[in-house]
Structures are given as structure tokens and as C-alpha cells.
Design a protein around this ligand. Structure first.
Ligand SMILES: *[C@@H]1O[C@H](CO)[C@@H](O)[C@H](O)[C@H]1NC(C)=O
Ligand SMILES: *[C@@H]1O[C@H](CO)[C@@H](O)[C@H](O)[C@H]1NC(C)=O
Length: 346
């Protein structure tokens, strides 16, 4: 199984960046985190409903901020300062999309998302923004519906984008009826979060199940967005989507420091015509290697008809094999914190 070491190698690339010197965890927060809404009362209220405009970056990141705040108490038992909250992966990923220019209008027909224009605007034509929408709206609304956000299900409404409104759901009720499977998986996650005996590993499993279901139920609606992108960026998007399934199979712990470090090796800008890993001159060697690895995973998956994923998932279901992978990773990565391995293997 040459494939498994390959993937471990890619992840090792990510891990081998020295762990953030996190003297202050707030340095790792997504851009504009501290300036975004931190409670429901920071949003406008209309007819008893809090109105969130998820097509403006601080509004969307604010929804995550409230979610992280309201779930913090459940993760206290694992570490202080909410560092091991597994939901960090979502806003951090969105922060990377923002700072790398991936939320801007890829058709360039508006100034939405551009520094010189409406820089906080999130474009509905951005493939990244559309997929992230559901990785924000569904976990957020499912949390409301699970009773952990302190408001009732009919007290919050998301505003529609300027076009393609039919592709999106805007409330607990409409997301529930349009995406019942994914909503159920997020509610399962919160259900287990509320159970004091749930382990970190259990929660990780429910989180990734919900994450994967969300993408599976939504990505097909946004294939058309790729027409706006350069070939390398479109290929990267497609490859990333496939890679997320492998990251899910490995059950990558989407905690604050881990995710922050992982993202350092992702492309810090949109790919343009002519960008070919591992020869992109303004990327680090590691970024080039990881980009190449992401492409290889995509191709192995494609040419084996996802058999590689099935094998990986099956392997990962046996605790013995997971331990082997983790130990192997530990060996490669002198710098991996023993703490982290302890947490997920216990
Ligand atoms: C961490 O950074 C925040 C924001 O910059 C600041 O308010 C806080 O005092 C810092 N904490 C420590 C322990 O340095
Ligand atoms: C959550 O937000 C409240 C109100 O803004 C704040 O007092 C509290 O410290 C926050 N909790 C965490 C864990 O960040």
C-alpha cells in the first residue's frame, strides 16, 4: 500500500512546520476575529430575528465566533482557553480563504472582495465561499436547533446572496428541509458534545462525519463556478475537495494550533496560469511539496475510482491501524507534541 505512506508524507509536511510559538493563542485567530460580532446582540434584529449577512466577512466569521464561544464549555475538560475546540477548523479555514483572496469575485465583474474595492464582501461566485457557506450555516443553525446557542430556532435568519438564492438555505427550518442528512449529522455531533463522557476521539469522529456529509450534499451545485478560475486554481479546488475526504478518514484534529499550522503550508494566494508545483517561485519548498502531494492524492483517488479512499477508511476503522499511522507520523515528526497523540489515542 504505497498510498498510505504517501499521504502520511503529505501530512508530515504539514506537521513538521514547528508548532506555533503560541505564547498568545489569540495570535492564531482568523483575520478580524476580535472585530467581528461576539454575541447575538451585535447583529441587527428584525421582527424578533437576528439578521446575519453571511456575504460579508465579519458577519460570517462572527457566526463562528459565537459558535466557538457557546461550545467552549464542552471542551474545557480537554484543555484551557478553548484550544482543543474541534470547531476551530471551520473559521480558520474561512480565514485562510479570506486572506488568500479566495472569497473575492473570481469573474472580476464586480469589486466584491478586492482590496481596492469592497474588501469585506464575500462573492457568491466564489466556489470557496459557496462551499464554506454550508460549513458555516449548517453547523451554526444545527447548534441553534440543539439548544446550545441560547436562542430559539426561529430567532435567527441568514440573508440571501444577490443571486442564485435557490441554492442556499437561510434558516433552521429551511436548512432542515433542504439538507436533512447533513443537519442530522451536525445535531448528532452536538448531542454527543453535551454528553460529559464523550471522548475527544468520539467527538472528532462525529465532527468529520458531519463535515463530510455537508460537502457531499452541497458541492454539486457549485461546479459551474470553476469556469471563472484559472486551470491551476480550479484543479486545486477539485483536488482539495477530494483531499478533505482523506483528511476526514485520518480524523485530523481540527484544533486551534493544529489547524493554524496546517494552513501555513496551503497556497497563500490564488493559483494563476503557469503555476506548477513544485516550481512555484513565491511558494516555500514545503508549500510546493504539499501542493504536489494534494494533486497526487487527487490523481490516485481518480485512477483507483476512490478505492484508495475505501481502503483508507477501512484501515482507519481498525484501532490498531490508526495507531500505526499515528506512531509512524510521530516518528517522522520529532516535533509533534506527545500531548496530541496521547489525547487521540486514549
Ligand atoms: C494576547 O493578545 C491579546 C490581543 O492582542 C491581548 O489583549 C492580551 O492581553 C494578550 N495576552 C497575553 C497573555 O499576552
Ligand atoms: C463568551 O462570550 C461572553 C460574552 O461576550 C464572554 O463573557 C465569555 O468570556 C466568552 N467565553 C469564552 C470561553 O470565550
Amino acid at each position: 500500500m504505497a498510498f498510505l505512506p504517501l499521504w502520511v508524507f503529505v501530512l508530515a509536511g504539514c506537521f513538521s512546520v514547528s508548532l506555533a510559538e503560541a505564547s498568545n493563542l489569540s495570535d492564531l485567530y482568523p483575520p478580524l476575529w476580535e472585530e467581528s460580532p461576539s454575541q447575538f446582540s451585535d447583529y441587527r434584529v428584525e421582527n424578533g430575528k437576528h439578521i446575519i449577512n453571511p456575504w460579508v466577512y465579519p458577519d460570517r466569521i462572527g457566526a463562528y465566533r459565537i459558535l466557538l464561544n457557546k461550545t467552549a464549555s464542552y471542551f474545557e475538560k480537554f484543555a484551557p482557553e478553548n484550544e482543543l475546540n474541534l470547531l476551530w477548523g471551520l473559521p480558520l479555514q474561512h480565514g485562510w480563504q479570506y486572506s488568500s483572496g479566495r472569497l473575492a469575485d473570481p469573474s472580476q465583474s464586480t469589486d466584491c472582495g478586492y482590496e481596492s474595492g469592497d474588501h469585506l464582501c464575500i462573492s457568491v461566485d466564489s466556489w470557496w465561499a459557496d462551499l464554506n457557506y454550508f460549513l458555516c450555516a449548517l453547523p451554526f443553525l444545527a447548534a441553534v436547533d440543539s439548544g446550545i446557542m441560547g436562542i430559539s430556532s426561529d430567532q435567527v435568519l441568514l440573508l440571501p446572496p444577490p443571486k442564485d438564492q435557490k441554492k442556499f438555505c437561510l434558516s433552521v427550518a429551511t436548512c432542515q428541509s433542504s439538507f436533512p442528512k447533513a443537519m442530522k449529522k451536525w445535531k448528532d455531533f452536538y448531542q454527543h458534545l453535551k454528553v460529559a463522557s464523550s471522548s475527544f476521539e468520539d467527538l472528532l469522529e462525529y465532527l468529520w462525519a458531519a463535515h463530510t456529509a455537508t460537502l457531499e450534499n452541497t458541492y454539486k451545485s457549485f461546479e459551474d463556478r470553476f469556469k471563472y478560475y484559472s486551470k491551476p486554481e480550479a484543479n486545486f479546488g477539485r483536488s482539495w475537495l477530494v483531499n478533505v475526504k482523506y483528511i476526514a478518514a485520518i480524523e485530523f484534529p481540527t484544533t486551534l494550533i493544529r489547524t493554524h499550522d496546517f494552513q501555513k503550508v496551503l497556497p497563500q494566494r490564488m493559483l494563476v496560469d503557469g503555476d506548477t508545483a513544485p516550481f512555484i517561485s513565491d511558494f516555500t519548498e514545503l508549500q510546493n511539496m504539499v501542493l504536489l502531494g494534494i494533486k497526487l492524492i487527487y490523481e490516485v483517488d481518480k485512477y483507483t475510482g476512490s478505492l484508495s479512499l475505501t481502503i483508507m477508511e477501512t484501515l482507519m476503522k481498525t484501532p490498531g491501524a490508526k495507531m500505526v499511522v499515528l506512531k509512524l507520523m510521530d516518528k517522522i515528526l520529532e516535533k509533534a507534541t506527545p500531548n496530541f497523540l496521547e489525547i487521540i489515542t486514549n
